[in-house]
Design a protein around this ligand. Sequence first.
Ligand code: DX5
Ligand code: ZN
Length: 216
Amino acid sequence: MKIAPSILSADFGALAEDIARVESGGADQLHVDVMDGRFVPNLTIGPVVVEAIRKRTRLPLDVHLMIVEPERYVGDFVHAGADAVTVHVEATPHLQRALAHIRELGARAGAALNPATHPDALAYVLDDLDLVLVMTVNPGFGGQKLIAEVLPKIRHVRTMLGRREVDVSVDGGVKIEHARTLAEHGASVLVAGSAIFGHPDPAGVIKQMRAAAQLP
Ligand code: DX5
Ligand code: ZN
């Protein structure tokens, strides 16, 4: 199981230090939440900050675009240093083109599903995916409660993907107590913001989360 701290819950005034803490604490990648105030009711950061983060860490940057017309910006984020770029299936009418474009630029291509979105939206792009991000909250804010009704979708997506080597990432309200269940459902990446950065010992949470996700 890979653990991806979401910097949305980090201290943006001391971002480099917070990132260094989770990097030395064993994080596998860094999850970067980009919001536009239109697709979601919140605004966060853009490529400038991704570029700044890129200079401060060796961790792969997993950029989650919660923006309308994401195809307009994928190039900027890849050039800023994103290793993976995820677009929401609800945000683009041309999902296949967006995914192919991300790969052409040399990054891993991801598709995210809001809690109410059926995974059939991915049925015709399975070979264009490097990761699927299953949202377990309605995107927009950190610190929300995981919506348990969405859990069967993780297994559904895993089954659809068959033997393809595609990550299934779970994002929203993920805490140590969910790690085991999420692993059992087929998750390969756990994104966690408040559970990690809201704790006095982020490294301890990362280790406990990974241990809890270890299936016998
Ligand atoms: C929600 C974001 C998440 C968020 C997770 O819109 O996509 O990545 O940062 O934060 P927690 O783990 O606090 O729910
Ligand atoms: Zn996210």
